[in-house]
Design a binder for this molecule. Structure first.
Ligand code: CU
Length: 219
């Protein structure tokens, strides 16, 4: 889940779950379920948690208005290198920078040593930089084949990638990951966060992140 409702444990500014393990070919589905919320999923690095990674994936901003109960925008990333930790953050700056507030996530982060998710999040909370998203479908160790969506109706986006922007469509032939068709299963995970998302993982082999924010409309 990309964000949470403000009433959620841990507040609105979080990915839930925030750290997962996903083998190659897994389709990770991000769900912009926080309502209201305006978040990004932006790849970064362990060294600079709150700065976009050059060549990293980036959803751009997606705004979900208050009182949204369904049809949330989603984005599917396919994992291509499960030996490489994928670090990401939310690049939203309003009303406070989300990354230094702890809105970071990881896929295939080490569980021991110095580069754990907890260490990454601690570094994010000490960071002051929080860059502007660079829309991209394709990232390091993961890629998307389509833009996040739907970004229509009450949803709005800014700096969102498209197939033509990133050129990642050329990689889609390699994206014959099993899971792509199962992505709809992610919709079964409810808005209530980690518990439901975790059960969704168990049921479908897919992973869902959701985020939420306090009614910010980014211009
Ligand atoms: Cu955010």
């Amino acid at each position: 889940m990309v964000g949470q409702d403000a009433s959620a444990q841990g507040g609105a500014l979080q990915f839930s779950p925030s750290s997962i393990t996903a083998p190659n070919g897994t389709v990770v589905t991000f769900v912009w379920q926080g309502s209201p919320g305006n978040h990004t999923v932006t790849q970064s690095s362990f060294a600079t948690p709150c700065s976009p990674l050059t060549g990293g994936f980036d959803s751009g901003y997606i705004f979900v208005p208050a009182n949204t109960t369904g049809g949330f925008p989603t984005w599917n990333l396919t994992i291509t290198n499960d030996q490489e930790p994928i670090w990401f953050f939310c690049a939203q700056h309003l009303p406070v920078p989300h990354c230094p507030a702890g809105m970071v996530g990881a896929i295939n982060a080490p569980t021991t040593g110095t580069k754990t998710f907890d260490a990454f999040q601690s570094a994010a909370k000490a960071a002051t930089d929080s860059g502007v998203p660079v829309p991209a479908l394709s990232g390091s160790a993961a890629f998307a084949t389509a833009a996040p969506g739907p970004i229509t109706g009450s949803f709005s986006g800014l700096l969102n990638p498209t197939a033509s922007v990133s050129g990642a469509a050329s990689q889609s032939s390699g994206a014959s990951a099993p899971g792509a068709s199962g992505a709809s299963g992610a919709s079964g995970s409810g808005p209530s966060g980690t518990g439901n998302a975790a059960s969704g993982v168990a049921a479908s082999g897919l992973f869902t992140f959701v985020a939420a924010l306090l009614g910010v409309t980014l211009m």
